[in-house]
Design a protein around this ligand. Structure first.
Ligand code: NAD
Length: 727
C-alpha cells in the first residue's frame, strides 16, 4: 500500500500526491509519514529536482491523523507518544528547511502545497510546514485545526507554527475554538497564502520561480518578532492574561487540552522554534495521556461518526427520503421542515389552519434571510429551499410522501386523528413517525393501521441547532422503519441514537433527574449559587436552575403532573414539585416570562439568582461540600443512564454517551456518562452511590449492574463497548 507517490516532470518539479488507497479522505498513518519522508529525501537529493509540490489525488487534501496512530503511540506510554510526535516534527521540519544551509539559509528547494479541498488537522499542519500554501477556490472546503473540539490540540507543529505566523491573538480562534474557514477566509486570515483556480499549476509555477529568501520562514530569519508581541512585551502580555482568563472562564478548568495548548503557546513563545516544538510535544503528550482526551475522541469523533454512518442501522435497502409530510407547523414542525428542505427533500407542511401553516414556512424564510445577511446563503438558495416547502391544510397534498413526521399538539386524541387522516392518503409503504416527547410510541401506534411502519423520531429544540435525534422503536416497529428514520437523519446531517420505548425515552429521562436534584437542593436550603456553580465546575453547560428557566417552569409543572398521574404513590418528587409549583403560581415561568429561578432585566438578560428564593427557602446553616453537590448532580443523570441500559432502553453505550453530550450537554470532557463512570471506576462509583443513598435516599441506589461490575472489576467499555463494535 502506498499513500504517497512522486512524479518528476521535465521542468524539475516533483509532484508528491497523497492518495490513501481505499479511503475517500486522506488520513496520515505512521507508514504514510515514513513514505512521505522517503520521497522528500529522494527529491531533495536528486539534482534534477528543483522544487516539490505536495498535493492530493482526492477531492480533498486530508481529514487529519489516522487515530490508530495515536492509539499505537500510547501503547508505548508517555515516552511512546512523545517519541512518535517528535518523529513527526522531524519530518515536517525537514520539509520546512528543505535542505538549506543552516547558517546562510541558502540552497533549499522550494516546497509548496496544493490543496484541492478540505484540509484539517495534520492536513493543515503539513502544509504549514511547506513554504507556500495554495488552495483551490472551493467554497465547500474546510480549512483549519479542529483538534480542540475532540479534547486534544494541534500537536504536529500546528500550534507553534500558527502562533508564530499570526501571533497569539490572531491564532487564538483557530487553535482554541477550532474555527474552520473556507479557502478565501483562510487566506484573508493568513492561514494559507493563495487561492487559485488550479492550485497544482499555481504551486508548480511558484516553486519554479521561488528565490532562496522565499523559503525562509519568518521564525527562521534573523530578528524574528512574534506578531502582536511576545509574552514579556506589554502588548503580548495582555493577550496572554486575557486568554488565560477566557480559557478558564469557558472551560472551568475541566478541559485539559485548552489549558495545555495555552501553556504550549506561552512557553513556546519564550524560546527558539525547535525548542518550542519540543515543548509543544511535551504538552501534547500530557493531554494524550489524560483519560479525558481519549474519552472525548472516542465519543465525539469515533463513535459519533460510527453512529452517523449507520452503526446500528438494520440491514434494509436504501430508504432515502424524497418527500416528507410534516403534520403540525408549530415550533417543532417548522424547524423539521427547514432542516428537511435544506437537505433537498420536498416538504408538505400541514397545519389545521392555513395561516399557521404559512407561519411555519415563514420560519424557514426567516432563517434563510438571517443566513443571507451573514453571507451564508444567497437569494437563489433561499428561493430554492422555500420552493421545496408547500404549506397547506390539505391532507391530499401528502400523496406520494414516503415519510411523515407528526408534530401536532402533545395530545393522544389529536395525534390519533392526524395519523388516520394521513394514512388514508400516503402510500402503503410510507413510514409514519411521531415527534412526541412524552407519549409512549407503542400507545400512539395503536392509531396506525401499520404499526410496524410506525416509529418515534424525537427532535430537540431548536431543531436547526440541536445535533441529536432520538429514534424510538415502539413494540411493533419493524426494521425498515428504523432504517428509514436513520437514513432521514443522515440526510439532514444530524446524529442519531436508536432507543426502545419507555417513559421519556433516553435524553429527557436523564435530564429531568438532573434538574430535579438541583431544585430539591433549593428546597433543602442549599445555596442556589453553590448548586449552579457546582454543575458548571463539572463541565455542565448550564446549571440545573438555569436549565429549567430556559425550558420553562410551567413545562416542568406539566411534566410533574403527568408523571405523578402515571406513577401514583410511587412518585418520588414532591419536594421538587413544591418549589416548581410555587414559582409557577408566582407567575415566574422562567426566561419566557422574564422571571424564574433567576432575575432578568427588562431586555430579557439574565441577572443573578432571584433573591426571593432565599426568603421562601432559607439557607441551611451548614452548607454541603462542593463535591457532595457535584456528586448529587452527576449521579442523578448518570444512574438514570445506567438504568436505561439495564432496562434495555439503551442498547449501545456508545449511543448513551454520544446522546448525552449532544442531547443535553452532559459534561463533554468526560466523554459521556458511561465514560465518566469508567474513569471513576465501578467500585468507586458504587461506593459513592452507597454513600449518597445513605444520606439522600433510594434514588441513588447502586444499580445491580454497577455493583456487579464493581465486584468483577469491569468497565462499561470493556464489557459493552467492544462487543457492540465487533457486532
Ligand atoms: P406547537 O404548539 O408549537 O405546535 C403544534 C402545532 O400543531 C400547532 O401549529 C397547531 O396548530 C398544530 N396542530 C394542532 N392540531 C392539529 C391538527 N389536527 N392538524 C394539523 N395541525 C395541528 O408545539 P411544538 O412545541 O412544536 O410540539 C409539537 C410536538 O413536538 C409535540 O408532540 C411535542 O411534545 C413535541 N416536541 C416538542 C419539543 C419542544 O421543545 N417544544 C421537543 C421535542 C418534541
Amino acid at each position: 500500500m502506498t499513500d504517497f507517490t512522486m512524479k518528476k516532470d521535465a521542468d524539475g518539479v516533483a509532484i508528491v500526491t497523497w492518495d490513501v488507497p481505499g479511503k475517500s479522505m486522506n488520513v496520515l498513518s505512521l507508514e504514510g509519514a515514513a513514505e512521505l519522508g522517503g520521497l522528500i529525501d529522494e527529491a531533495l537529493a536528486d539534482e534534477a529536482v528543483k522544487g516539490i509540490v505536495i498535493t492530493s489525488g482526492k477531492a480533498d487534501f486530508a481529514g487529519g491523523m489516522d487515530l490508530n496512530v495515536i492509539a499505537g503511540m500510547k501503547q508505548g506510554g508517555a515516552q511512546g507518544v512523545f517519541d512518535g510526535v517528535m518523529g513527526l516534527h522531524r519530518l515536517l521540519r525537514k520539509i520546512e528547511l528543505a535542505g538549506m544551509d543552516p547558517k546562510t539559509r541558502a540552497g533549499g528547494k522550494p516546497i509548496a502545497s496544493a490543496l484541492p479541498g478540505t484540509a484539517l488537522g495534520i492536513g493543515l499542519e503539513l502544509p504549514l510546514s511547506t513554504h507556500r500554501i495554495f488552495a483551490a477556490d472551493n467554497p465547500r472546503a474546510r480549512i483549519g485545526l479542529p483538534e480542540i473540539m475532540v479534547g486534544i490540540f494541534p500537536g504536529a507543529g500546528g500550534t507553534t507554527r500558527l502562533t508564530r505566523k499570526l501571533g497569539a491573538m490572531m491564532a487564538a480562534p483557530f487553535l482554541l475554538e477550532g474555527k474552520l474557514s473556507d479557502p478565501k477566509k483562510a487566506k484573508a486570515a493568513g492561514l494559507i497564502d493563495e487561492v487559485a483556480e488550479d492550485p497544482v499549476a499555481a504551486a508548480r509555477a511558484w516553486v519554479l520561480s521561488a528565490k532562496d529568501a522565499d523559503l525562509v520562514k519568518p521564525w527562521d530569519a534573523k530578528g524574528y518578532k512574534m506578531p502582536g508581541g511576545e509574552p514579556f512585551h506589554p502588548a503580548g502580555f495582555m493577550t496572554f492574561v486575557g486568554a488565560s482568563a477566557m480559557v478558564h472562564g469557558k472551560t472551568m478548568g475541566v478541559y485539559p487540552a485548552a489549558k495545555a495548548l495555552l501553556s504550549a503557546v506561552y512557553e513556546g513563545a519564550l524560546v527558539p522554534f525547535d525548542q518550542a516544538l519540543k515543548i509543544e510535544a511535551r504538552w501534547f503528550t500530557k493531554v494524550i495521556m489524560n483519560p479525558s482526551s481519549a474519552a472525548m475522541i472516542r465519543s465525539l469523533f469515533i463513535n459519533k461518526g460510527a453512529l452517523e454512518k449507520g452503526a446500528n442501522r438494520p440491514d434494509a435497502p436504501d430508504q432515502t427520503v424524497r418527500k416528507v409530510g410534516i403534520l403540525g407547523a408549530g415550533m417543532m414542525g417548522a424547524g423539521i421542515a427547514y432542516v428537511s428542505a435544506m437537505a433537498g427533500i420536498e416538504v408538505v407542511l400541514i397545519d389545521a389552519r392555513q395561516d399557521a401553516a404559512e407561519r411555519g414556512k415563514a420560519y424557514s424564510e426567516n432563517l434563510l434571510d438571517k443566513a443571507i445577511s451573514r453571507k451564508k446563503a444567497t437569494e437563489e438558495k433561499k428561493a430554492e429551499v422555500l420552493g421545496r416547502i408547500t404549506a397547506t391544510t390539505d391532507y391530499a397534498a401528502l400523496e406520494g410522501c414516503d415519510l411523515i413526521v407528526e408534530a401536532v399538539f402533545e395530545d393522544p386524541a389529536v395525534k390519533a386523528e392526524v395519523t388516520a387522516r394521513a394514512e388514508a392518503v400516503i402510500p402503503q409503504d410510507a413510514i409514519f413517525a411521531t415527534n412526541t416527547s412524552t407519549l409512549p410510541i407503542s400507545d400512539l401506534a395503536k392509531a396506525s393501521k401499520r404499526p410496524e411502519q410506525f416509529i418515534g423520531i424525537h427532535f430537540f429544540s431548536p431543531v436547526d441547532k440541536m445535533a441529536l435525534v432520538e429514534i424510538i422503536k415502539g413494540r411493533e416497529t419493524g426494521p425498515r422503519a428504523v432504517a428509514k428514520a436513520l437514513d432521514f437523519v443522515r440526510q439532514i446531517r444530524k446524529t442519531p441514537i436508536v432507543v426502545n420505548d419507555a417513559r421519556f425515552f433516553y435524553a429527557n429521562r436523564c435530564i429531568i433527574p438532573y434538574i430535579n436534584e438541583g431544585v430539591r437542593m433549593v428546597a433543602e436550603g442549599v445555596n442556589p449559587v453553590l448548586i449552579e456553580n457546582a454543575a458548571k465546575l463539572m463541565g455542565m453547560p448550564l446549571g440545573p436552575l438555569q436549565l429549567v428557566d430556559e425550558t420553562s417552569i410551567d413545562l416542568g409543572v406539566k411534566i410533574a403532573k403527568a408523571t405523578r398521574a402515571a406513577m401514583g404513590d410511587a412518585y418520588p418528587d414532591d419536594a421538587v414539585d413544591e418549589v416548581l409549583f410555587w414559582l409557577a403560581d408566582q407567575g415566574r415561568l422562567g426566561r419566557k416570562s422574564n422571571a424564574g429561578f433567576y432575575a432578568y432585566d427588562e431586555a430579557g438578560k439574565r441577572q443573578a439568582l432571584w433573591e426571593g428564593l432565599d426568603a421562601k427557602y432559607p439557607r441551611a446553616g451548614e452548607q454541603p461540600d462542593l463535591h457532595e453537590v457535584q456528586h448529587r448532580l452527576m449521579f442523578a443523570q448518570t444512574l438514570e443512564a445506567v438504568r436505561a441500559l439495564e432496562e434495555g432502553v439503551l442498547e449501545d453505550i456508545r449511543e448513551g454517551d454520544v446522546g448525552a453530550i449532544l442531547g443535553w450537554g452532559f459534561a463533554p470532557w468526560s466523554g459521556g456518562p458511561f465514560s465518566w463512570l469508567d474513569m471513576l471506576g465501578a467500585a468507586r462509583a458504587a461506593r459513592i452511590c452507597d454513600d449518597l443513598t445513605a444520606r439522600h435516599g433510594a434514588r441513588f441506589a447502586t444499580p445491580a449492574l454497577l455493583r456487579e461490575m464493581a465486584a468483577r472489576g469491569d468497565s462499561f467499555y470493556d464489557r459493552f463497548g467492544a462487543k457492540r463494535q465487533a457486532a
